[in-house]
Structures are given as structure tokens and as C-alpha cells.
Design a protein around this ligand. Sequence first.
Ligand code: GAP
Length: 441
Amino acid sequence: MSETASPDPELFDKIVNLSKRRGFVFQSAEIYGGFRSTYDYGPLGVLLLRNVKDAWWRSMVQERHDVVGLDASILSPPQVWQASGHLANFSDPLVDCTNCNARHRLDKLDDPNVCPTCGSEGTFTEAREFNLMFKTHAGPVTETAAEVYLRPETAQGMFINFANVLNTSRKRPPFGIAQIGKSFRNEITPGNFVFRTREFEQMEMEFFVPPAESQEWYEYWCQTRMDWYLDLGMDPAKIKLRAHDDDELSHYSSGTSDVEYLFPWGWDELEGIANRGDFDLTQHATHSGEKLDFFDQANNERYVPHVIEPAAGATRTAMAFLMDAYDEEVVNGDTRTVLRLDHRLAPYKIAVLPLSKKDTLTPTAMEVFDSLKRRWMVDYDETQSIGKRYARQDEVGTPYCVTVDFDTLDDRAVTVRERDTREQDRVSLDQLEGYLAERLS
Ligand code: GAP
């Protein structure tokens, strides 16, 4: 990519087609006509998504001494959302067109007086605030008292467990709590494939710091999060950090920056990094009556920590990596599609391919598969010509293909083909694991 990257609108359909054709993402409830804006992750998609989440967890939790993990419940009582402000403010303004009955988000209309569905002017109703949280009932009763919500973000789980984690983990500010999990929003305008859906996965971390250090840590996390995407191979020309203007900031935030990616429809958000001050802990302390602060013995001072929050979408990020890795090149007059995914994100790391389906090769090919499967996700494919099988593996980003041929039976060696260069090496079976380990590290 050059420095002046521009969006590639055609890429969108290519990714949607590849996702369906190769089993990354399926329309949910497809056999019943499909459930709009909801998706199921197929055999390859579940691996890609898991690898994105693993890479995040590794860098945010495993490789840090100052961040611990959490897996909080999805169902939560109204008190949580009252304190967080979501019951009052987590809404979008909706208007109905009295001519065609279409419903639109007022803040997304090009012209607030013209209905984009039927073109009529001045036919909108007064705007109504539409709360985006999904509400349901706990237990067999449907009374208001039994109302609960599906969380619209994972973040509140970290705030309401602040004291539990502080008292059990021996961490002290600056320290963070990280969580990956599903969130639900009754989005009025879902779309762009898995970019905006009603059910999605988030990867969020709340980093609690002494108030005087908040700006320093905010800058640190902006940089650290940008580096994460770049380290996993994202094209530097297609990713940027955009600081919010003052009029975009929440009233409690003294700084927010979005990590944006150049999607086929233009620049759009992958992740938000916010300096949230002491808003969340103070709100929950006030509403619950519990102390949510920290006593710093060294300085003999009690304070409410400030929070820096890097909040990313796992499903959205997986799609961005898919788009970023997609490449087409002409080889000997044919177009080859190749996903140049970082090894850590590739669904399968290796494919074992017996040259022919003949019984004579199967035992050795299975022996190779068995020797590698403990360490890596390995695909095994023995149908079609070897050329077609290489092409299938290139298209889903498998870094190495290991071919077992008739010579293998004599020389105990296999051909290893690398995805990006298509270069091949002959490697003896007793060296194979070490050869791959060196390259897949
Ligand atoms: N706790 C702060 C928070 O939730 P957000 O900007 O609303 O902030 C964080 O969400 C990230 O979650 C977004 O940057 C995006 O990647 C992802 N996300 C939010 N809504 C989404 C949706 N409807 N579908 C897919 N991903 C979504």
C-alpha cells in the first residue's frame, strides 16, 4: 500500500463471498431465510476470531504483570445500567416517515427533512429516543421487577468488580482488568456485514491509575494499541489514530481517540481509547453505597482511580484483518487469491496434503498430521489435484503446505511449500517439526 491509500469498494463483496464460500462467516438462521444482521462463524471464521482474541489476550493479560482477566455475566440488573448512564443516555434519535413508514436514525440522515426511502419532504414524526439495550426477564414472571438487560458493553463488569479484584489480586493502581465477551445492542442501522451487528464480541480493558498519571497512561495506551495492530501485520497506510474533537467527547472524558481502519467504504472505527476520569467508579460507588476507591499507604492518601479504557471489537477487528490480508496476484496467467495473514492469525498454520488419495500414502500422511496436530491447527486434505489444494489453502491463508508423495515412502522426506513466496523445500520427516517451529514462531 502507498502512503495515500484509498478505499477499495470492490473488496467488500470479495470478502463477503470468500467468507461464505470458504466457511468464515454464514448468515445466521440461513435455512429459515436468514436472520438479518446476525452471523454465525464457520469452521475457519471461528479459528480466525479465536486467534484475534488470543493475540489480544496475550498482549493485554499474559505478557503484562499489571493486568488481570475477568469473565463477567452478560445478564445484569437495571441498577448497573442506571449507574452507568446507559438507561438514560444509551439511545439514538429515531424518526418515522408518515408517507412510507420507514424508520431512520435522525443523526445519520443527509437531510433531516427528507426521507431517503421515499424522497418525500417534511413527512417525519418528532424524533423519539430509542434505547439500544436489549431487555428481558429473569425467572418465570414478566413483571417490571424481574426486568434484566443483556450488557451493551463488557466494561461495566470490570467497574462493578473493581473492589473484588483489588481485594483478591494484590494489584494496586496502576493496574488493569481485561475481558473478552459478547455484547448486545439493538442497533437501528446495523450493516456492512459484521462491522455493525446487534450481537458482537468486544475486547475491553479498564486501566485504573492515580489521577495525576492519567494523561501519561492515556498516551501510552493509544500508542500501545496502535502497535498491536501493526505488529500483527496491518498495513500502516490503512490504519490511523484519530483524536476526538471537543464536541465529540462524552462529558466525563478528557480525551478519546479512535483507532480507524480504511474499510472498503472509507475510514471507520476499530477501537476507542478513552480517558474516562473517575466517572465510572464514582457513579457505581454512589449508586451501590460501596466504597470504590484506593488507599495509597505509601503517600497516606485515599483516591478514586481514574480509568483509561482501550475498547476494541473482536468481530470487527477479525473482519479488518481479513480485508487487510486479502490479495490477488497473477501467476502464469491465472489469478491467485491469497490471504497474507500473519501466522498467528491464520486459521490453519499447516495443511498436510498426500499427493494422491492412494492408500499407500495415507498412513504416512496421517503420521505427519499426528506429529504436528499437538502443536498447531493442521488441516488434512486429500481430494482434488495438488494445484487446486494449494490454491484452496492460499485462499484461506494457510502459511505452510506439507506434501507427502511417493518418494516420501523411500526417503522419509516431504515437500514444504510457503504461502507467500510459493517456494518449496524438501525436508526430512525427523526435521519437520523443528523446521516449521522456526518459521511459525
Ligand atoms: N466501553 C466502551 C465501548 O463499548 P464503543 O465504542 O461503543 O465503546 C467499543 O465500543 C468497540 O466495540 C467499537 O470500537 C467496535 O469495535 C465494537 N462495537 C461497538 N458496537 C458494535 C456493533 N454494533 N457491532 C460490532 N462491533 C461493535
